[in-house]
Design a protein around this ligand. Structure first.
Ligand code: 13P
Length: 249
């Protein structure tokens, strides 16, 4: 199975119904993208975005889900509910969830298992803080987050791994190409212990990806696409990243 390149946008807590005009523009600009294009809007927009993209091959995803199928969990959303609303992906274990909501590797693994059960593709995020990088702990942190966050039933069909260094998110700073290459090579290697078809699992880089640096990042070995925050909100910026991924072959 060839690894289909993936340009994924994480809108975080941004956007409203009016912002869906950006999706119209993205679809008009890339009616047949040569890679997979995914937008993960706030959950309240999934249904409307799905309806709006009926004629456009953009996939839609959630940004988190609960590990339970249903129940007394005020404010939470289940993987099944995301799927029912039109999602095919869900981002899990984003560093903002780990930092602001205390999510552990075990929580992320349970959520990913629930996502798989519901038929969603889980994008499991890992990444070191700046202090951890400065202390020389990056590779150990990534290896241990992967060991704890990827559930038993993960395969290349239901799981994507995103490397998002916490210090590169929303800061305009990015790791060097060598630093990205080193982490992605480790991720590919560590997947072999967790997933039977490890060579086919897509690995994304995330953290201050822009049209201006995308081409360089997509040329790095084992980088199969990007998870994009700020630059996914405007069709003009995200379209540039999609074009760079398409051109990366
Ligand atoms: P930025 O692209 O805004 O740095 O955000 C990255 C991110 O957190 C995507 O999940």
């Amino acid at each position: 199975m060839a690894r289909r390149k993936l340009a994924a946008g994480n809108w975080k807590m941004n956007g409203d119904l009016a912002t869906l005009a950006e999706i119209d523009a993205l679809c008009a600009e890339h009616p047949e993208p040569g890679c997979e294009v995914l937008i993960c809007p706030p959950a309240v927009l999934i249904h409307a975005m799905k309806a709006r993209t009926a004629d456009c091959p953009i996939a839609i995803g959630g940004q988190d889900c609960h590990h339970a199928v249903s129940g007394a969990h005020t404010g939470d959303i289940s993987a099944h509910q995301l799927k029912d609303a039109g999602a095919s992906y869900v981002i899990l274990g984003h560093s903002e969830r780990r930092a602001h909501h205390g999510e552990t590797d075990a929580d992320v693994a349970a959520k990913a298992a629930a996502a798989h059960e519901a038929g969603l593709i889980a994008i499991i995020c890992v990444g070191e803080t700046e202090a951890q990088r400065d202390a020389g702990e990056t590779l150990d942190i990534i290896a241990s987050q992967m060991a704890g966050s990827i559930p038993e039933q993960a395969t290349a069909r239901n799981t994507v791994i995103a490397y998002e260094p916490v210090w590169a998110i929303g800061t305009g700073r990015t790791p060097t190409n060598d630093q990205i290459a080193e982490v992605h090579a480790l991720m590919r290697d560590r997947l072999q212990a967790r997933v039977a078809d490890a060579a086919d699992v897509r690995l994304l880089y995330g953290g201050s990806v822009k049209p201006g640096n995308a081409t360089e990042i997509f040329a790095i070995a084992h980088v199969d696409g990007a998870l994009v925050g700020g630059a996914s909100l405007k069709a003009s910026d995200f379209g540039g990243i999609v074009a760079a991924l398409q051109a990366s072959g």
